[in-house]
Structure formats: C-alpha cells, structure tokens
Write a protein that binds this ligand. Structure first.
Ligand code: AGP
Length: 606
C-alpha cells in the first residue's frame, strides 16, 4: 500500500526522501512523487512507475533542491496509475501525500466543486488537499483538524503549507505513521525501515494526532489542538535487518532467517520445557473459559490459522473456526461472550483483520493478536498479545512471518491442551522439545536446496498447477499454492486430495503439474492413491514427502524429501521446499520477486 515519507533538517531533502521511499518499496506501489521547498516555493515532481522512473523524471524536470519536503509511493485505489494521479496533490495553499481511503470523497468533491474548486486527478487524495485549503486561514493545524472532522475513512497524511517553508505537518487516523527524531532533523514515515538509516528514535502517532515538524522542534497535538507528550520509542531493528546482506532478494534472505526467527519467537515462552504464555496475558484459567475459538486473518496469515485449527482441534479438542477477515466482518458471525478470537497478522495493520478484531470485541469476545509489527494497531487493540519475533519482513511474499505464526500457534495449542487436561506434562514437554528442534532441522534443509531449484525449473513454463494434500498437508498446500501464484504469476490452486474426484480431476492432463504434499503417516497411503490417479492421467508429479514415508517410484516424477519430525510439526520444515519452489520459479521467470505486480505488503484498505 502507499508509503509516506517526509523530512525537515539540514540534509539534501530530495536524497533523503528518495532513500527513505526506497525502504518502503516493499509495500507495493505503482507511482511515486515528492514535493520539496526550493527557494521558498513548493516544487513537485511525480511519475507513474518505480522510483527509477521518478529519478529519470527529475533528470528532465530538475531535481528539487531544499531541506524540507514530503514523498510518496502510490498503490492505486481511486484512478489508474498515472502521472496525474500520482501524489503529491495540491490545493491553493496546501500540498500533501496520503495513505488510505477517503470513503466520502465523492460527497466532499461535489461540495468543493460547488465552492468553485477545480480538480486535476481522479483521486480521493486531491479532495483532501482542496478541503484543507478550503479551511486554511493562516493556522495549518486548525485547518487540518477542521478538514479531518469532515473526512470519513482511514488515512495518514503528510502535508506542507505554502506559507510554512520550514515545516511539515502530519495526521494519522487509521493508516500507520511514525515521526522519526534525529539531531536537528525529523522525519515522517509509514514504517520504521524508512528512517532507520538516519535515526532509530521515533514517536508512534495515535489516531487523530497531528505532528508539526520543524528542524529544531517536534510538536504533537490531539484532535482538540492540545499539545501532548509522547513516549519516544527506539526501534530494536538495525539497518542490517532491513538490508539484503548479500542475498539476491529479501525473500531468499527471509527464508534463510527462519531458524533464527523461530528460536527468538519461542525461546522466552518456554519455562522448564513447558509453554509459558503468561507474559502474553494467557493463563490456564482464561484458556479453560473459552467455549469456541475463531482464527481470523488474511492470506498467508490465514493459512497459518488453518494449521493452528488442525493442531488445536487435534490436541485440545476445542472447536476452531478459521475465517477470512473480509468475510468474517460482514457475515454477522455468531461470536460473543465466552469465545476467543485470534487475529493473526504480520503487519498488524491489515484493514479487514483490524475490523474483524473490533467486531469481535464489540460482540463481547476476548481477542488475542499474533502480530509481528511492534506497536501496530492490531497489537495495541487486542486484549491479549503474542508478538512474533521475525524482525522486519520486507518481501511481499510472506515466509518467515508465516513460520513464526505457526510456531506460536503450536505453543498456544500445547498450552491449551495441557490446560484442558488433554495431554500430560510429559507429552507436552515432548512436543515442546520437538518444536525447539525445528530450527536445526530447517537449517539443515537450507544447506541443500538443489532439489527445489530443479523442481522450479520443471515448472517454469507451466500455465497452471495443483497442490494437493490431506489434513495438515492440505493446510500446507494452501500456503504453497498462494506463494507460487503471487510471485510466479502461474495460476495454481490447492485442493484437498480426497476432493479431487468430485470435479477437479477433469482438469488433470500432461499440462497440469501437481505438487503433492505427504507428511502425515496416517493419511499418507490415502494421498498416495490420489497421486496415482493424477499420475495415471498424465500429470507431472512433484512429491514433497517425509523421509520415512514410502511412495512407489512410479507414482511421481520428482521427490523432495523433508527430514522426519513429529508429524504434527511437519508443516514447519515442509513449507520450506514450497517456499523455495515459488521463489526459484519466480526468479527463473524473470519476475520482480520481492515486489510482485499488483500486490502490497501491508493491505491497509479493504
Ligand atoms: C503473503 O505472502 C501475502 N503477501 C499476503 O497474503 C499477506 O499474508 C496478507 O495480506 C496478510 O497480511 P498481514 O499478515 O500483514 O495481515
């Protein structure tokens, strides 16, 4: 989704803005622009395309020179990606950049047109620029507050006023925004990596707070124009965490970071060999009070929830419903007092997941957030919180975040099963120890990835493929399929292997490769029968299977072996070859692996 940056200080503002925007590229965008005060005038340069296109545009239109300005990467919502729809947008006195959606922009636009304002773009953003200008009467903060009262929707804004050449203003409602504080300089940004090369100190703006940044002071006001004091936070990531460190892509680096991410995420939550989730507000008493569990999330995070469902139901015998957040929020779910709603999110800002969390709370359910981004909206609003410690995930395709989401799902399931008396302490300790061993298993697997590369090479020209599995393997195949399609642009679906012959098997031919996941011994021979059915119909079969499961050699074309662990824990190592197949297929097809087309890392609009 859109990225906002802003700078006030002594450095060359254009350089700082471009540098900072490049750290937000992972969010996904289709155009970019900056506005910089040059000799007291606001100079705007913007362009459809990537930051390289913006730099090329500056070669012809001139590179703004100054110390104060704002910048933006746009992920189109209102109006196609084009030069004119790119941000910044301006009104008479105001130029601004915007992240989020203005829901009532049409009504506001009609009003402003009646007031004689003219619009250049199709965006909702230009409406905000015109509206703030409309209210502007010499006091920028007052104008921003007045306009914000008229605006419905979720947004963050970075604003400059023609009359205030050394100041930038920012407002946040739903969309995230931070204010970075350096020595005699300050910044605004949608996310911490944008400012890490300059400072690690920042304020997290709360909804409806307004920041006023000049070189020597940073002031923050509430919506009543009262100055407020805020806690200065320090980012615990360093630049290394946000750099590729020699890997060709962030995705590959993040796949390799998985063993460490698991260790960091689980280490402090295990005491004497048993799960210990008290610091997250999860006690035995609470666990015993929940009737039903809902897991609500989007995309990969939702797939982690599906793994969680299988494991919780198997071990703790508590019913779990997994819901796609965008469905949950509008289907009047039967959820309330006595229920637990678990929201899983890497970014903690996904609009549908946040709305689902709020709905669950309104209905009286208790909420638990499993979130990676510190201080994000979902993390702050949930009743209980379990951070995953994956560090910054930059690639749009989520890998290490999924891995640690699963890791905490296991810890939660173990604790719940223990609290419910469904497993003994000894059984629980065995499971925990198995989980602690997974990082080493994955590290071993990552030492030899030739088979995954070979599998990718065999898929590179496919138009469409199927992932199949049963039970946890089906849950895993959902994630494998999503990963492949989002970065390779090859159509793929995941299917419960036993469901194939109810329709989908008609698609099978020599042109439809099948990736079959077989890691669950009790279901293995059932899936093998399904594999033989697709093989007999001409499919090229790639088998991803545990070392100890035997499959007849004529049932597959290529086999990727996953070292044995407790079958319940197999999704963790078994997802690695699926991630690598997706990664190398994308590389071989020459795609932009870390920033796939049309996708955004943090989906802050519904
Ligand atoms: C994963 O590879 C995706 N890019 C996407 O499905 C993602 O998991 C989803 O948008 C949810 O994001 P969140 O975890 O930040 O809420």
């Amino acid at each position: 989704m859109c990225g906002i940056v802003g700078y006030v200080g002594k450095q060359n503002c254009t350089d700082v803005l471009i540098n900072s925007l490049s750290r937000l590229e992972y969010r996904g965008y289709d155009s970019a622009g900056i506005a910089v005060f040059e000799n007291g005038e606001i100079k705007v340069v913007k362009s459809k395309g990537r930051l390289t296109d913006l730099s090329a545009r500056m070669e012809t239109e001139g590179r703004p020179s100054g110390n104060v300005g704002i910048g933006h990467t746009r992920w189109a919502t209102h109006g196609e990606p084009s030069d004119v729809n790119s941000h910044p947008h301006s009104g008479a006195d105001v130029t601004l950049v915007h992240n989020g959606i203005i829901e009532n922009y049409k009504k506001l636009k009609e009003f402003l047109i009646r007031e004689g304002k003219e619009f250049k773009s199709e965006t909702d953003t230009e409406v905000v620029a015109q509206l703030i200008s409309y209210y502007y009467n010499g006091d920028p903060v007052e104008a921003i507050i007045k306009a914000s009262k008229d605006i419905e929707g979720s947004f963050a804004l970075g604003v400059v006023f023609r009359d205030f050449t050394d100041t930038i203003f920012a407002l946040r409602r739903e969309s995230p925004l931070i204010v970075g504080v350096g020595e005699d300089e300050s910044f605004i940004a949608s996310d911490v990596p944008a400012i890490l090369q300059y400072t690690r100190n920042y304020y997290l703006l709360e909804p409806n707070e307004i920041a006023v940044l000049s070189p020597y002071s940073t002031k923050i006001y509430d919506q009543h124009y009262q100055a407020i004091e805020k806690e200065l936070k320090t980012a615990d990531w360093d630049m290394d965490a946000a750099e590729k460190q020699g890997y060709e892509h962030f995705m590959l680096k993040e796949i390799h970071e998985q063993p460490t991410a698991i260790k960091t995420t689980i280490a402090s939550r295990i005491t004497d060999g048993l799960p210990d989730l008290e610091e997250c507000g999860i006690t035995c008493e609470k666990l015993n009070s929940f009737r039903n569990i809902f897991i609500v999330a989007c995309g990969t995070a939702m797939h982690a929830g599906v793994v969680g469902k299988y494991v919780i139901e198997k071990l703790a015998r508590v019913p779990v419903v997994v819901d796609i957040a965008s469905e949950f929020r509008y289907r009047e779910p039967i959820v309330g007092d006595g229920d637990l709603v678990i929201i899983i999110s890497q970014s903690g800002e996904t609009a549908d997941s946040l709305a689902a969390l709020r709905l669950a709370k309104e209905n009286g359910a208790k909420t638990l957030a499993i979130v990676n981004a510190k201080g994000s909206s979902i993390a702050r609003e949930a009743d209980m919180l379990m951070y995953t410690h994956a560090g910054p995930e930059i690639a749009v395709a989520s890998t290490k975040a999924y891995m640690v989401q699963i890791a905490v799902m296991y810890l939660f399931a173990f604790e719940l099963a223990l609290a419910k008396g469904k497993i003994s302490e000894d059984e629980c300790k065995k499971l925990v120890s198995g989980l602690q061993n997974i990082p080493d298993v994955i590290s071993g697997m990552l030492e030899d990835i030739d088979d995954s590369q070979y599998a990718a090479a065999s898929l590179v020209n496919a138009d469409s493929l199927l992932y199949i599995g049963r039970g946890l393997d089906y849950a895993l195949s959902m994630e494998g399929s999503l990963k492949l399609k989002e970065i390779s642009y090859i159509h793929s679906e995941s299917y419960a292997a036993g469901e194939l012959k109810h329709g989908t098997i008609s698609l099978i031919s020599e042109n439809m490769p099948v990736i079959a996941v077989v890691t669950q011994p009790e279901l293995a021979q059932k899936t093998v029968s399904n594999i033989k059915e697709v093989k007999a119909r001409g499919a090229y079969v790639i088998l991803v299977c545990s070392a100890s499961i035997t499959v007849d050699e004529d049932a597959y074309d290529l086999k990727l072996v996953v070292p044995d662990t407790d079958p319940l824990l197999m999704p963790m190592p078994a997802v690695v070859p699926l991630q690598l197949i997706a990664y190398y297929t994308s590389v071989l097809r020459g795609n932009d692996v870390d920033k796939p087309r049309n996708l955004a890392k943090s989906v802050t609009v519904e």
